[in-house]
Write a protein that binds this ligand. Structure first.
Ligand SMILES: Cc1cc2nc3c(=O)[nH]c(=O)nc-3n(C[C@H](O)[C@H](O)[C@H](O)COP(=O)(O)O)c2cc1C
Length: 198
């Protein structure tokens, strides 16, 4: 018989959710490549439908990469992204089914291959989930995160993914945030507002 695992303690819940904030101002400390590799090793263990793993990640740290990225952002996201040591482009691969021969051996992928709408819906949903895993895994590793959907997707795809089946899903700034520059937190809905017990 297995004992149920103990719930995470309050400090862990604070780190992941309760005290964790979306950061928009960044301290200059770098994020090592080894940390990004460790981050990915955690993210890839998160669940996706049929273990399809459609997310693709581009970690932009170079000045050249950042310049290309900044040109695609809404004005309000430019300075925060310039200051962040790393910006992750969370993308989805519309042809993610190609990798499934290895990830889900024996599975017939023709339904995804032959139905681009189904492939898009599956890729978009699961890559967004994987982006959320990325944010929580980053917090678990002691990093701060700031997600962004304020960008020109066509421009960003042209700049980074021209001629490929990768498409941008959303962006996540990663690093060590400047907590002194956080604005007050927005309220959250109550259980009764958004939940039903049936
Ligand atoms: C998918 C997604 C897109 C977001 N887009 C932006 C954005 O473009 N610019 C921005 O400043 N914040 C953006 N945010 C941050 C949210 O506004 C923030 O997470 C929310 O207000 C909660 O703030 P808190 O995490 O500090 O409690 C985004 C968050 C998510 C998850």
């Amino acid at each position: 018989m297995h004992d149920a695992p103990a719930p995470l303690d309050d400090a862990a819940l604070d780190r992941l959710f309760l005290a964790a904030r979306t950061h928009r101002a960044w301290r200059p400390e770098p994020v090592e490549d080894a940390t990004l590799r460790r981050l990915f090793e955690i993210v890839r263990m998160g669940p996706t439908s049929l273990n399809g793993q459609p997310a693709r990640f581009v970690f932009v740290r170079s000045a050249e990469g950042k310049a290309k990225l900044l040109a695609c952002l809404d004005a309000g996201n430019v300075e925060k992204t310039r200051a962040a040591p790393v910006t992750a482009i969370v993308a989805h691969d519309l042809e993610f089914w190609r990798l499934m021969a290895r990830l889900t051996p024996g599975r017939d992928v023709s339904g995804l291959r032959d139905d681009p709408r189904h492939a898009h819906e599956t890729a978009f949903r699961n890559a967004a989930l994987q982006g959320a895993y990325l944010m929580l895994a980053a917090r678990a590793l002691g990093l701060d995160v700031g997600a962004m959907s304020g960008f020109d997707a066509d421009k960003l795809d042209a700049a980074f993914f021209a001629g490929t089946s990768w498409r941008t899903n959303f962006l996540v700034n990663l690093g060590h945030g400047d907590a002194a520059r956080l604005a007050p937190r927005g309220p959250r809905p109550d259980f009764e507002d958004v939940c039903r017990l049936i």
